[in-house]
Design a binder for this molecule. Sequence first.
Ligand SMILES: Nc1ncnc2c1ncn2[C@@H]1O[C@H](COP(=O)(O)OP(=O)(O)OP(=O)(O)O)[C@@H](O)[C@H]1O
Ligand SMILES: [Mg+2]
Length: 509
Amino acid sequence: MDKMLVSGLSDVVITNDGATIMKELDVQHPAAKMLVEVAKSQDNEVGDGTTTAVVLTGELLSKAEKLLDQEVHPTVIVEGYKKASEKALEILDGLAIPIDPKDEKMLMRVAMTSMGTKAQSESRDHFATLAVKAVSQIAEERGGKTVADIDLIKVLKKKGESMEESELVKGLVVDKEVSHAQMPKQVKNAKIALLNAKVEIEKTEFDAKININSPDQMKQFLDEEESMLREMTNKVAGSGANVIFCEKGIDDLALHFLAKKNIMAVKNISSNDMEKLAKATGGTILASTKDLAAETLGEAKTVEEVKIGDDKLVYVRDCKNPRAVTVVLRGGSDHVVDEAERSFHDALCVVRNAVEDQKVVAGGGAPEAETAKQLRDYAVKVGGREQLAIEAYAEALEAIPLTIAENAGLDPIDIMVEIRSKHSEPQNKWYGVQTHTGKIVDMLQENVLEPLRVKQQVIKSATEAASMLLRIDDVVSSKGAKESGPPGGMPPGGMGGMPGGMGGMPGMM
Ligand SMILES: Nc1ncnc2c1ncn2[C@@H]1O[C@H](COP(=O)(O)OP(=O)(O)OP(=O)(O)O)[C@@H](O)[C@H]1O
Ligand SMILES: [Mg+2]
């Protein structure tokens, strides 16, 4: 289910994204803040699995609490957890299924799984296709590895129409309008000049005084400026360009000259967009109009100005093999578009992970259940007190299928018994909870797939955070950089203890 987060100012965010929920929560407790960090790092590293990471961290801590009650020392638990997590990463790697990064069907399944848990399930197919096509377009081979830098995918949100109208543009969409009314609003077979300098008369850097004594001289002076601008625009036209994108400003007179030559100009483009334009069109960004030549120009089938709602946008469409693309997300309201963006981001990330690592696992709690089983076998081999910690770790992992079952309205105890019995047979390693039917089935056959990287990162983030908290045996208030409390507030050194501090933190001695 989604959550509605309401701030003190009554701003509303509706989301299912773990990272967003954790970020927006009003958290006071220092330990809880660490959990927020877990979600953040999971989101930064792999873009999905934030909820899973938080659930697992919580579970690791609560299992640790039980061990602490049995007088197991925290360092033993930390050591056991460390061993368990290393083994878990190894087990997951062994379970993973290799995929072909060009296999769009597989990538679709991965994208669909990440969006399946989100609100806009209706347009899942469409969004998954957009994500797979976008990532495949920008993925490249580098040193024998496939690299997909999803920063090259510009995601633009525009309220209006419906999510089905979201589209992938093989090129760039710039949130600017054509700079002059008389310029063409659409150019076919565009030859695009990219400039990061002003098309204006430079003001001199030193103070100079020019004496003009007669109207003739005045006219000459102005004519000279005009001819300089004309010269610059001639250079643009001379290179064969029919579109110019400029990072800086363009003089009104120059715009007028360009319009007369039927050249479309768009000014004040952000440097980020300029870089993407270069990648999309294959053009070179130049520092002066003087360097313009046919071979520096980028290309696109169409460049056009489009009006969406009240905004005008410039679409650079159908570039030949673009290295940067744009996805325009549409949706009925701001809340819908915002949440669409968040889940689309998750989809982009999981497809990237799958393309780069070429390894996936099934979902629905199956990998966690299987890892838990194998960890238990491993625990027996380790023995001693650490065995207890490793077994606790295995139990914590089982919280994932349990939580999925609970969210699907199933009885967690029945489910756990069934999952464990299934996983006792090696061929049943992908059995998990299918939330659509509420049955324990082979999740691989259900096409619920997730990148291995997400699952491994969950283990890493959760273990690190839990261990860090377990190593703490006391909390003291520190002075902070600049103490600005009320007079007589904190005693020097601040040993007064946290107000409502770690007292409530179970198991922390
Ligand atoms: N049809 C399904 N049946 C069962 N489980 C599913 C299904 N689709 C996805 N899952 C599972 O749901 C879990 C993911 O849930 P969700 O996307 O809400 O959280 P997250 O990925 O951990 O965090 P977030 O997406 O908020 O960053 C994964 O374990 C995934 O395998
Ligand atoms: Mg997810």
